[in-house]
Design a protein around this ligand. Structure first.
Ligand code: ATP
Length: 275
C-alpha cells in the first residue's frame, strides 16, 4: 500500500509543528524517518496514522484521502507502534498481542482459530512465545516493546508505522527487528535515532528538521557530513563498516557558530518532493 502526504501541516496555537510536508512511500518500501529531538517525527507519524487531524493538507493511502475513514477502517490498513505505549496492566502478553485482532472482529466475539494462529505467529516472530502467559506488568522495557510490535504484526496491516521501536531493545533484538522490517512486504515508515541502523536497513531516509521534511532519498544521499553538522549539530564521518554498510562515526558535537562550515539545509522551495 502506498502512503502519501500532500502539503501536510499540524499546528498548535502559536506554533507549526509539522510544516507543509509532502511525501510518497511506495508499496513495500522500508523508509526511515530521521531528525533531531523535537523535529516533528512523532507528530508526523500520528497524522499519517490518522490519530491526529492535520491543520492543512491530506494523508492518502493508495491515493484515497483518509480524513473520512473511521478508525476501524484505518486500523485494518495501518498499524502504529507508538513510543512508550502503556497497556492495561491486568492483561497477559498474548492478550496484548490479541488487541491487534480487534479491528477484524465483532465487539463481543472472542478470538477465533484464525485470530489465535495469527497471534501465535506474531508472538513467535518477536521471540515472545515463552512469555505469552506472563502478565504485561511483569515485562522488562524491551519485552514490552517487542510485545507492542507483535501486536502491530497481529493486525496484519498493509503498512506499519513505528516510532523509535528500537528504544529499550538490546543490540540483538535491534538487529532482528530491523531485519524483520526490511524483509517484510509491508510498507514501513520507522522513526529512528540510530543513523547507522537507519542507513543499513532502510531503502530511503526522510530527514525532518524544525517540522519540515528537508531531504529524502537513499541513505548515502541523505546522510552527508555537512547535513549532520547542520541538522544534528554533530561532527561526523560517513564511511563503510567492515561489512560494507554505510556507517556514521561521530567525532563530537559541531559548533553552531562557525561561519566557514558548509550549510546543508535545503530551502523548502527546492525540496525534491515538492510539487
Ligand atoms: N500537543 C502539543 N502541544 C504543544 N507542542 C507540542 C505538542 N506535541 C508536540 N509538541 C512539540 O512539537 C515538537 C515536535 O514534537 P515531536 O514529538 O513530533 O518531535 P520528535 O521529532 O518525535 O522528537 P523526539 O525525537 O524527541 O521524539 C516538540 O517541540 C514538541 O514539544
Amino acid at each position: 500500500m502506498r502512503i502519501a502526504a500532500e502539503q501536510l501541516s499540524w499546528s498548535v496555537p502559536g506554533r507549526t509543528i509539522v510544516d507543509d510536508v509532502t511525501l510518497d512511500i511506495t508499496p513495500g518500501e522500508t523508509v526511515g524517518l530521521i531528525g533531531p529531538n523535537g523535529s516533528g517525527k512523532s507528530s508526523l507519524l500520528r497524522c499519517l496514522a490518522g490519530l491526529r487531524a492535520p491543520t492543512a493538507g491530506t494523508v492518502l493511502y493508495d491515493g484515497e484521502p483518509i480524513h473520512d475513514w473511521d478508525t476501524r477502517r484505518i486500523a485494518r490498513h495501518v498499524a502504529f507502534v507508538e513510543q512508550a505505549t502503556d497497556t492495561d496492566s491486568d492483561l497477559r502478553v498474548a492478550d496484548v498481542v490479541g488487541l491487534g485482532r480487534t479491528p477484524f472482529r465483532d465487539r463481543w466475539r472472542g478470538p477465533d482459530a484464525t485470530d489465535r494462529a495469527v497471534i501465535a505467529a506474531a508472538l513467535a516472530r518477536l521471540g515472545l512465545t515463552e512469555l505469552a502467559s506472563r502478565h504485561w506488568k511483569s515485562l522488562s522495557g524491551g519485552e514490552r516493546q517487542r510485545t507492542h510490535i507483535a501486536r502491530a504484526l497481529a493486525q496484519r496491516p498493509w503498512c506499519i508505522l513505528l516510532d523509535e521501536p528500537t528504544n529499550h531493545l538490546d543490540i540483538k533484538h535491534q538487529l532482528e527487528l530491523m531485519a524483520l522490517l526490511a524483509g517484510t512486504d509491508q510498507t514501513v515508515l520507522v522513526a529512528l535515532h540510530d543513523l547507522s541502523l537507519a542507513a543499513r536497513y532502510c531503502d530511503r531516509l526522510l530527514l525532518m528538521h524544525q517540522g519540515q521534511l528537508i531531504a529524502a532519498g537513499p541513505p548515502a544521499d541523505v546522510l552527508t557530513p555537512a547535513r549532520l553538522a547542520d541538522v544534528f549539530e554533530v561532527d561526523a564521518d560517513i564511511g563503510l563498516d567492515c561489512l560494507g554498510n554505510l556507517a556514521v562515526s561521530y567525532r563530537g558535537t559541531a559548533p553552531q557558530d562557525c561561519p566557514d562550515r558548509p550549510r546543508a539545509t535545503v530551502e523548502p522551495s527546492q525540496h525534491p518532493l515538492k510539487r
